[in-house]
Design a protein around this ligand. Structure first.
Ligand code: SF4
Length: 263
C-alpha cells in the first residue's frame, strides 16, 4: 500500500527491493487512475487539502524558492521527494541547502544523452546526493520513441513507483516553460498523482535560472553550449535555433508537448 498524500492507503503492487546499483527495479501494478480520481473528487479530506494548498500557494507567490522548499521539508519530512530532469542543477542546489538528505529522483529512460548521464554523476558527486535512479518498466521496448506510451513506460510509471509512499513531490516546473504551464501553482494538491505538488521555481524565468547558476558557480549541462536549452531524451530532443522557443527542440517532429508528468 502507498499513501494518497493524505495518509490514506492507495492500492499498489510493487517490489521495494532496491537495485544493487542504486536503481529502482520496477514491477508495478498501477492503481486504476480514473477510479482513483473519481473517488478523490468526492473525498472531503481532498477538498480540505486542496484548499489549504491553494491558500499556501497564494502566500508563496513572491516567496524565495528556498523558503518554499523549507516549508515543504518541514511539512512533509521524509515523505517528500524531488524529481529532477538534470537539465541543470539549480533546484538541487536550493533544496540541499535546506535539507542535504532530501531524496532526489532521476528518471533514467534508457534514452538519455550520454552527456546527461555524465552530468547526473557529476552533480551527484558534487552534492553527495541521496539519489534514486529509476529504470523503464517492463514492456517499454514495445513502444517507439515519441509515443505517449513510451513516456508512460519510461517516465510516468517509474515515477509513480519512486513516489510510492510519499505525500508530496517537488518539481522544477516553471510557468515560463510553455503555455501549458502558464498557470502552474507553486503548491497544489495534484489529484492525478494523489499527492501535493510543489513547484518552487514556478515564477522563475529561464534567465533567472541562468543567473542563479552563474552566481552560485553551478556547473551547466554539457549540451547547453551546443544550443540545447530543454533537454530530454536524445531521440526526441534537438538544439534550439535563433529566436525559437526554448522548448522548441523537444518532440519537434510531433504535436507532443508534455511527457505526462505534469498533466
Ligand atoms: S521523451 Fe521521447 S524517448 Fe523519452 S520517454 Fe518520452 S517519448 Fe520516449
Amino acid at each position: 500500500m502507498s499513501s494518497n498524500g493524505l495518509g490514506d492507503p492507495v492500492e499498489t503492487s510493487v517490489s521495494d527491493e532496491p537495485h544493487p546499483k542504486g536503481r529502482v527495479d520496477v514491477n508495478l501494478s498501477v492503481v486504476d487512475n480514473r477510479t482513483r480520481l473519481a473517488e478523490l473528487a468526492l473525498d472531503p479530506a481532498v477538498a480540505r487539502i486542496r484548499q489549504e494548498m491553494a491558500d499556501q500557494s497564494a502566500a508563496f507567490e513572491t516567496a524565495p524558492a528556498g523558503l518554499v522548499v523549507a516549508w515543504a521539508v518541514e511539512r512533509f519530512g521524509p515523505k517528500l521527494a524531488l524529481s529532477c530532469s538534470f537539465q541543470e542543477a539549480v533546484l538541487i542546489d536550493i533544496a540541499v541547502a535546506v535539507d542535504p538528505g532530501i531524496e532526489i529522483v532521476f528518471l533514467d529512460t534508457g534514452s538519455h544523452f550520454a552527456e546527461t548521464l555524465e552530468y547526473v554523476e557529476s552533480i551527484r558527486a558534487r552534492y553527495d546526493l541521496n539519489l534514486t535512479v529509476t529504470s523503464p518498466v517492463d514492456g517499454a521496448d514495445g513502444h517507439p520513441c515519441g509515443t505517449s506510451q513510451c513516456c508512460e513506460f519510461r517516465k510516468v510509471r517509474p515515477l509513480r513507483r519512486a513516489l510510492s509512499g510519499k505525500d508530496a513531490w517537488v518539481t522544477g516546473l516553471k510557468r515560463s516553460d510553455a503555455a501549458t504551464r502558464r498557470h502552474a501553482p507553486i503548491v497544489s494538491y495534484d489529484e492525478n498523482w494523489g499527492m501535493v505538488k510543489i513547484n518552487p521555481l514556478a515564477t522563475w524565468t529561464h534567465q533567472d535560472l541562468v543567473g542563479y547558476a552563474v552566481d552560485h558557480g553551478i556547473p551547466q549541462h554539457p549540451l547547453r553550449s551546443a544550443g540545447y536549452h530543454s533537454i530530454g531524451c536524445a531521440p526526441t530532443t534537438r538544439p534550439v535555433g535563433e529566436g525559437e522557443d526554448l522548448r522548441a527542440g523537444r518532440w519537434a517532429d510531433s504535436d507532443k508537448v508534455e511527457c505526462g508528468l505534469h498533466l
